[in-house]
Structures are given as C-alpha cells and as structure tokens.
Design a protein around this ligand. Structure first.
Ligand code: ZN
Length: 270
C-alpha cells in the first residue's frame, strides 16, 4: 500500500528533534511521499528547503495561512511568487479563511485569500485551501475565481453535507484528515463521506495536529505523525463502504495527478 500525505506541517518545531525518524517511520508505514504545507512566509521558505533535501519524496506548498493575513504585504506576495518558481514547490497555499479563530481581521483574510488566488491563476498551479467556519464568504470568493484556477483542494474538510456539495459543484478536491476519526466531532461526516467521487478524494494527516483518536495501540504523545495516515484511510474506507486498499490506491493516484508529481522512487536513500 502506497499512501501520500497531502498536508503535513513537517517544518513545525514539534519535529525539530526527530524529523528524520518521523520520515523513516512514515515510509515504513507506506507513506511514500508527503506534501509539506507552507503556511507562512518563513514556513513556506522552510518547506521548500525541506522538499529540496528529499527530492521525489517531499514536496512543498507556498502560501500564507489566514491566521497570518494581518501581516501580509507586497513583500509577502513577491516572496510567494518567487517561491513557486523554485524546485519542489507544487501548489499555492495554504490560504483561505478561518472565522473560527479569527486571528486576523476578516477583511484582511478575504483580501489575502484573493491575492493568493491570483497567484494560482497566474501560475496555473493547484491551490491548497483552508476553510473553517467561513463557508459563505469562502465559497463566494472561490466561485468567482474558480474558472480561472487549475485544480483546487479544500483541505481538512470538516463541514456539512451542503457545504461539501457546494465544493464538489465547483469541482474541488476534498482533503480528509483524522477529524473523521474523532468520535466527539467527526461522526456527522460519516453519512456523506461516500458522496465524494473517488477521483476527488485526498487524504492528509495535518501533522503535528489532529492525531487520529482511534489509533491502536494508543500512543501517549499528542503529536500527530504522517505514519498514522493509514488510520484515516481505514476510517474513510469504512464510512464509504470500500476496501482500504481501494481508497489508498485512488487517493495516491489523485495526489500524483493533482500535484503533478512522479511516482515514489523504489530506492530507500538513508
Ligand atoms: Zn488548514
């Protein structure tokens, strides 16, 4: 089974002590490639450097998360436009709207989201998007730009059935995390995970966040790792009434097509 983690915050300082071991455990668990999320100027720079250190295995996105929208300026945009030309950068984002935390004013979030959509339009690169508690504005902004964009993924989707269908109608891909493995808040999604067409489905850990709560045996740490992506695939497959290997195969194919990346090399460079 080959899996691709399409959203992994591997530059997070939670991994500073043992990043190599984390990657090794991921590979041993069948996670053969990861897309490292760039969510700030510094984080996007680091994601690109990390991708460059493991060509063919790690890839990066370049973007600024809505949490940091208040600090976004012309230099930020110039940096992102430069980063996306560098080797290993395969998508624009993480960008979008987050009205749950509201760490940046909403008008700044909307402006910075639109500016990054323009980078996607100009570059033709796929978009890695974040939406939390902001469906109305997010959907309106995305719909307006959608025809001019290439592929789009709404990552870490946690919304309602109606929201899901709004994004499917815009021909978005849907990124599924360990949220669905959380009996306290992900159960409602199980009724409509089967609505997602197989060719629009992507899987991600969002590590170090959102450790799957159904991990067995239990592990003490709160930190999530890409090695546990298989638990998300298993939960997703059960909700869809499909075999885990079928979900693994289609999500891996989708990830390679979406991010335009080659198959994993068989070699195990240590
Ligand atoms: Zn996100």
């Amino acid at each position: 089974m080959e899996l691709i983690d399409i959203g992994c915050n591997l530059t997070h300082d939670a991994f500073d002590q043992d990043r190599e071991a984390v990657l090794e455990r991921a590979r041993d668990a069948g996670v053969v490639q990861c897309i490292v999320t760039g969510a700030s100027e510094d984080g996007s720079r680091k994601a690109q450097e990390l991708a460059l250190s493991r060509p063919g295995t790690l890839f990066a996105t370049a973007g600024v998360h809505p949490h940091h929208a208040a600090q976004f300026n012309d230099a930020s945009e110039a940096l992102l436009r430069e980063l996306i030309l560098r080797e290993g950068v395969v998508a624009v984002g993480e960008t979008g709207l987050d009205y749950f935390r509201d760490f940046s004013p909403r008008d700044a979030q909307r402006d910075v989201f639109q500016r990054q959509l323009e980078i996607g339009i100009d570059s033709g690169l796929p978009m890695f998007l974040h939406m939390r508690d902001a469906h109305g504005d997010f959907h309106a902004i995305l719909r307006e730009a959608r025809d001019r964009l290439s592929d789009v993924v709404v990552h870490c989707f946690t919304g309602s059935r109606d929201e899901l269908h709004d994004y499917l109608d815009l021909d978005c891909h849907i990124g599924i995390t360990g949220w669905i493995c959380d009996e306290r808040r992900g159960t409602h999604m199980k009724d409509y995970l089967g609505d997602i067409p197989a060719n629009r489905l992507l899987v991600e850990t969002d590590a170090p966040y959102l450790k799957p709560r159904n991990l067995r045996p239990r592990v003490k740490t709160h930190r999530n790792e890409p090695q546990w992506l298989g638990w998300i695939v298993g939960t997703l497959a059960a909700a869809r009434g499909e075999h885990p290997s079928a979900v693994a195969e289609c999500t891996t194919d989708n990830a390679r097509r979406f991010f335009r990346i080659p198959g994993a090399s068989r070699a195990h460079p240590r």
